[in-house]
Write a protein that binds this ligand. Structure first.
Ligand code: ATP
Length: 229
């Protein structure tokens, strides 16, 4: 990890473009997005429905191909990387939080956070300790052995946050992380999310419709007609 390299951006995107063609119609969703995130910086990504927030997060998260432009993550140029490199960069450098948590239903909270650490090669005892620590920081110390179905929506989302942070990502990508929660829960979960991310020194890019939540972040960028304003 290049967390200690002074001044190195954790994300640098230039000329990011993406269009979708359906029949005779082509929509240019991203039209040359230039964008950087500094280490530890927490950035809100705003934009109306359909403006391309998810599309942009999928590009940066190396989840989809078909993009133009360049993407560097933690100093590593990845826009032309092969599948194995993309998987490695995702695992070592990125954390993901989605609107719906995508937790493994047959595993309890602790195991859901242990799993990505084992995949990354951490020893089970160390992974379990880290998992318990993260979940406790997120207020779930008493819920370690609950399965997702035995947790509230807000609690499930906090497990998803712990899972995203499990491997010390330099950058957390979140797509409407509190989108399926009521307003009060959403505020509480996001507050805890931001606190833990800040505590770990990770940077984050968080897509949201909610301008009040966006104001709690370090910087706000907005997608408008395929460009960032
Ligand atoms: N695979 C696809 N094929 C065709 N069009 C697509 C595809 N994915 C996204 N789009 C189109 O791209 C545009 C941007 O979609 P995207 O999901 O990125 O928007 P968004 O800003 O995340 O919206 P929301 O806030 O509603 O989630 C939309 O008009 C959508 O219909």
């Amino acid at each position: 990890m290049n967390k200690d390299a002074p001044g190195e951006d954790v994300l640098s995107v230039t000329g990011l473009s993406r269009s979708f063609t359906q029949g005779h119609v082509t929509i240019e969703v991203l039209r040359g997005v230039d964008f950087r995130i500094a280490p530890g910086e927490i950035v809100a990504l705003l934009g109306p429905s359909g403006s391309g927030k998810s599309t942009m997060l999928q590009a940066i998260g190396l989840l989809e191909g078909g993009f133009g432009g360049t993407i560097a993550i933690d100093g590593e140029q990845v826009e032309k990387a092969d599948a194995a490199t993309r998987t490695r960069v995702r695992r070592e450098k990125l954390g993901f939080v989605y609107q719906f948590h995508h937790l493994l239903p047959d595993f309890n909270a602790e195991e859901n956070v242990v799993m990505p650490q084992l995949i990354a090669g951490r020893k089970r005892a160390a992974a379990e300790e880290r998992s318990r620590k993260l979940l406790t920081e997120l207020g779930l110390g008493e819920r370690l052995t609950h399965r997702p179905s035995q947790l509230s929506g807000g609690e499930q989302q906090r497990v998803a946050v712990a899972r995203a942070l499990a491997n010390d990502p330099v950058l957390v990508l979140a797509d409407e992380p509190t989108g399926n929660l009521d307003e009060a829960t959403s505020e509480r979960v996001l507050g805890e999310f931001l606190k833990v991310v800040r505590g770990k020194g990770s940077a984050a890019l968080i897509a949201t419709h909610n301008t009040a939540l966006a104001r709690q972040m370090d910087r706000i960028v907005e997608l408008h007609e395929g460009r960032l304003v």
